[in-house]
Design a protein. Structure first.
Length: 464
């Protein structure tokens, strides 16, 4: 073999090629991490009965799908009917593991042009497999004409939908500029976003009181969404940040469809995206922030952890609030391979392809992903920023185990709070009061504690 020649790429046999297309489509449907539609049957046949080429082909497909952004998320939930109930519009949907969970969600339809906020269950009939829920508000589109949609965890399409005054700003990043939403705290008009106690849509004390310094005075919350999601994911946290007097900056980052794409058009699972979070932190500091709190959901949490570890601006990061976080990508990838009944060898080889330059033929990555650097259970003692983890025990996309392990191995820095029923990154949706109360109390404690070079806010000085 000459130095320039390469071995032929392993391929999936013809009898599996159709199933491969379904694998790619199924993975593309998932908003948080990945979801494979119906790999089980094919993988069951594969185990112990196919050649190494098929194992390699499945591994390559697995690796490529993990790091490839989905341009158009699938709308795979049938909208059975929209009816008029006692209190307004209600929507009838098929019973799924998601549509029966209590809480508030969004239904995206019409190719993303339509968005409706969906509330409580009003009727559930397991006999005919349907569930009926309140339609709290239709933000755009004609829901009555919708036939399919996508169930999502974000609740509001834009901060303005909640009543927050919002500035559209742009942050300089590699390859251009990325759009972001800037939401100042109640009464916050200065460059630093200084907050006072006043009325607003967020939970917290009512207004009318004279200005009191809040724990988040001069602190910016930089909110980082997860894989396949967008800025709207972070709107749920704005109320908690505002109640503490913090300015909120909801950012976009490479390959999310809003920010400029990376050169290779691939996710780095946190190893490349942290640069865009660093740019957002720089923007905050340049516009008056004295400290920053990073909020991250799912892969966004992995991005935050990398920024706090690698960036020269890491000293400005006071705390991190991580929701359904990917603490250990190795564990998540192994879980997804098992969940979808991939041959164990394919799962392991898929990880190898992502983390080695020789796997570029399969992944399209310009540089391999350092999965070991993304394993914070193994690096627990290197977490040096106070971190709050909120994670549901029934998260079937990103298992809760690594979150618990990290907290157990570094209890001085990491606080773990368990949720139930919420599945993946929907802790707020299921129990917004618990989420808000937990985040505010924990951040109040961190922001009012003595820190080098920072004048703490007195614990009794009007802290909500």
């Amino acid at each position: 073999m000459t130095p320039r020649s390469r071995p032929p790429r392993p391929t999936v046999p013809d009898w599996l090629s159709g199933r491969g297309r379904r694998i790619r489509r199924g993975l593309g449907e998932a908003e948080p991490v990945m979801r494979w539609s119906s790999l089980a049957a094919g993988a069951g046949v594969v185990v112990g009965s196919v050649a190494a080429g098929t194992i390699s082909g499945l591994a390559g497909m697995f690796a490529r799908t993990v790091v490839t952004p989905v341009k158009t998320p699938a709308e795979d939930l049938e909208v059975l009917a929209v009816v008029r109930g006692e209190s307004g519009l209600e929507v009838i949907l098929p019973v799924t593991e998601e549509t029966t969970v209590p809480g508030t969600y969004s239904l995206v339809f019409d190719g993303g042009a339509g968005v409706a906020r969906i509330g409580a269950v009003t009727s559930f009939d397991p006999r005919d497999g349907t569930v009926q829920r309140r339609v709290e508000e239709v933000y755009s589109g004609d829901l009555s004409a919708a036939v399919r949609g996508r169930w999502t965890g974000f609740v509001y399409p834009d901060p303005r939908a909640v009543g927050y005054e919002t500035e559209d700003v742009r942050i300089a990043v590699e390859n251009g500029s990325a759009p972001a939403w800037l939401v100042r705290p109640p009464g916050g008009t200065g460059a630093g976003g200084h907050g006072t106690v006043s009325s607003g849509p967020e939970q917290g004390p009512a207004g009318g009181a004279p200005r009191r310094v809040l724990p988040g005075d001069g602190v910016w919350a930089v909110m980082v969404h997860g894989r396949g999601a967008k800025r709207a994911e972070g709107i749920r946290a704005i109320g908690s940040a505002r109640a503490l007097g913090m300015t909120s900056l909801l950012i976009s980052y490479r390959n999310d469809g809003d920010a400029p794409a990376a050169g290779d058009g691939r996710y780095g699972l946190g190893t490349t995206e942290w640069r865009d979070v660093e740019a957002a932190v720089a923007y905050a500091l340049e516009h008056g922030a004295r400290e920053v709190v990073l909020f991250g959901w799912s892969m966004g949490a992995a991005v935050c952890l990398q920024m706090a570890d690698r960036s020269e601006l890491a000293p400005s990061v006071t705390a991190m609030v991580l929701d359904g976080p990917v603490i250990n990508w190795i564990d998540v990838l192994a879980h997804q391979a098992r969940l979808n009944r991939l041959p164990e060898a394919s799962g392991r080889l898929g990880q190898w392809l992502m983390s080695n330059s020789a796997g570029r033929w399969a992944t399209g990555l310009a540089a391999p992903v350092d999965l070991k650097a993304l394993n914070w259970v193994a690096r627990a003692d290197q977490v040096r920023v106070p971190t709050l983890i909120l994670h549901s025990e029934d998260d079937d996309f990103v298992p809760v185990g690594p979150s618990m392990d990290l907290a157990a191995k570094n209890p001085r820095m990491v606080t773990f709070v368990r949720f139930t029923l919420a599945r993946h990154t929907r802790e707020w949706n299921v129990d917004p009061e618990k989420w808000d109360r937990t985040v505010r109390r924990w951040l109040r404690s961190v922001l009012t504690s003595p820190r080098p070079g920072v004048q703490p806010v007195a614990a009794g000085a009007g802290v909500p």
